[in-house]
Design a protein around this ligand. Sequence first.
Ligand code: UDP
Length: 154
Amino acid sequence: MSERERTFVMVKPDGVKRGLIGEIVSRFEQRGLKLVAGKFIEIPRDLAEEHYGEHREKDFFEGLVEFITSGPVFAMVWEGQDATRQVRSMVGETDPAESPAGTIRGDLGLDLGRNVVHASDHEDPGSNEREIDLFFDEEELIDYERPDEAWLYE
Ligand code: UDP
């Protein structure tokens, strides 16, 4: 059995403005993942630049930072077995056009630069913990039981 872990997810400004927060939260809830933190914020520019720091040299960096700071985002932490990988499989590919139907980006997006949601990268070990630390203080992460956990895990 894989480890239970926490992962960072964010509904981007396009998802917020299109009224998709509920749809996206609902998918993770129904999958059996547990919400342990959530907040509705406008990302300051320095935080946006740090969050997307790996892309600093790319030509899309400036547009990406402009976009992610252009309106509110809904930042979340979800917990569950193999959560980073499971969430990424639900989110789809970076480009919605390459994302299969059934994924969030494949069902709800069309364009690479407006792909609705961010999720920690399972191919970058530790990115989940780094992103959680960047957006949340320890006391904002809430420990509790989901009564259906007995039916979600063997
Ligand atoms: N992005 C973009 N143009 C590109 C590549 C990426 O606008 O050519 C944006 C896109 O919104 C993506 C984000 O930059 O979600 C971060 O890129 P990354 O490769 O980390 O993809 P992700 O982890 O979000 O799938």
